[in-house]
Design a protein around this ligand. Structure first.
Ligand SMILES: [Zn+2]
Length: 428
């Protein structure tokens, strides 16, 4: 597929709007029904990637890959503040061992700002913070606080997944999309009066636990999850319209999905490995230079977003330091990878490679081969040659990893930050 044919339709310096939908499973983008009408309308006006993969199973590595076009094993931001939590609380804070994006690596916001864009980013995830490099390149940047006005009754679903749902008892939740909309409206005058084209990055947490905020409080977990996505969908439509960015290049992508016990684990990160429920992500793009109604089934990765966006917006030198491919130029036959683990050793952790219709997973003490997204039974025994080929891809990927210790970073572990981490379930 070659969208370059649409080159004549490329707008000059188009506005760009990126939605990162935290924790939205790929199978919850409803392209046939009315569960997510705003997302469906946007998706139908552009190109939908139905076989898109996260680089990891949780937020910091995935978002940094969306910002850099590099795999997590390259940009190195594979850990958040979790390993340092005890120190932060017991010592009253100070310096935490956190991986930080290398100064030589450009974020997508830096790339756009260098080329004359006004850059604005808003996040409701406390892990997406300045010290690790997530705010780099944004002229306007806001990390919105926890919404502690929302009170939940208690852990009625604790049995379904203790780690995940215990936070419902705490009665805290990340700021909802309506609050994000308010922040963007506060910036709108500045964005409108500035003569530069706009690059706007919006990170929404509504699909992240706790779920029961906008639906039936007695609903089961998966229904509650879908209710939050429906709520988020409505606000995505309002954000596009109220920012008057209907003609912008719009990218919608999730950082990872969420497990509901499919393979014995709940939530994401943790021990969820790299199964489809956490590693398949929503990805579609619409706007100038992109055809409408296109469906792409070939495997793609979050690392492809930066080079594709840069190409669509006509940025110079957008391939520097990027491992993904420009999706407007057609898809080469290639493997895409996922990894959940640290960088001090690669002997642990969970690895994934997808090539064509096949996916190989390896983790400490196990492996599995799956076809066509059916992850109910492994075909390792039936397809040894394929397993060997994909295993060689994984070996190549592993051998590219530069082992390193996290940097020591000063972070502001004030009560607001700690509260934010608690709201994500990262502090007890
Ligand atoms: Zn996330």
């Amino acid at each position: 597929m070659l969208y370059a044919l649409l080159g004549s339709a490329l707008a000059q310096d188009p506005d760009v709007l990126v939605f990162v939908l935290d924790t939205m499973r790929a199978d919850h983008l409803d392209l046939e029904g009315d569960a997510t009408p705003e997302l469906r309308a946007l998706a139908e006006s552009g190109v939908v990637y139905t076989n898109a993969h996260s680089v990891s199973s949780w937020t910091p590595p995935a978002v940094m890959s969306l910002m850099t076009g590099q795999y997590a094993t390259t940009h190195g931001v594979v850990e958040g503040p979790i390993p340092a939590r005890a120190r932060a609380e017991e010592e009253g804070r100070t310096v935490l061992p956190l991986p930080v994006l290398d100064k030589k690596t450009s974020t997508v916001a830096q790339r756009f700002r260098r080329e004359g864009y006004q850059t604005a980013g808003v996040t409701t995830n406390h892990l997406i913070d300045g010290p690790q490099g997530f705010s780099r390149g944004f002229t306007l940047y806001e990390k919105l606080g926890v919404d502690d006005s929302i009170v939940h009754d208690g852990p009625e679903h604790v049995d379904e997944g203790p780690q995940q749902w215990s936070l419902e008892a705490r009665g805290m939740a990340p700021a909802p999309a309506e609050v994000v909309h308010g922040q963007l409206m506060d910036w709108k005058d500045e964005l409108d009066t500035d003569a530069r084209p706009d690059f706007v990055w919006v990170h929404l947490m509504d699909a992240h636990m706790p779920y029961r905020r906008h639906g039936d409080p007695d609903a089961d977990l998966q229904t509650a999850y879908a209710s939050e996505i429906a709520y988020m969908d409505r606000w995505i439509g309002r954000i596009v319209r109220d920012l008057e960015m209907q003609d912008a290049i719009i990218v919608v992508v999730s950082d990872h999905g969420d497990a509901f016990g499919e393979h014995g684990a709940w939530g994401h990160g943790g021990d969820t490995r790299t199964y489809a429920e956490v590693n398949d992500v929503v990805l579609f793009m619409t706007g100038p230079g992109l055809p409408a109604g296109e469906i792409v089934h070939e495997p793609v990765s979050q690392v492809d977003v930066v080079p594709t966006l840069a190409s669509l917006a006509g940025l110079e030198k957008h391939r520097n330091g990027v491992e993904g491919v420009d999706l407007t130029r057609g898809l080469p036959e290639r493997p895409v990878f996922g990894y959940r683990g640290g960088l001090t050793s690669v002997d642990q952790g969970s690895w994934m490679v997808v090539r064509d219709d096949w996916k190989l997973m390896e983790w400490n003490g196990g492996s599995a081969l799956y076809r066509d997204g059916d992850e109910t039974s492994s075909l390792l025994v039936q397809k040894p040659d394929l397993a060997r080929r994909l295993g060689a891809d994984l070996d190549d990927y592993r051998s590219s990893v530069v082992l390193r210790e996290p940097d020591m970073v000063e972070v502001d572990a004030d009560e607001d930050t700690l509260q934010g981490l608690r709201a994500l379930g990262y502090l007890d």
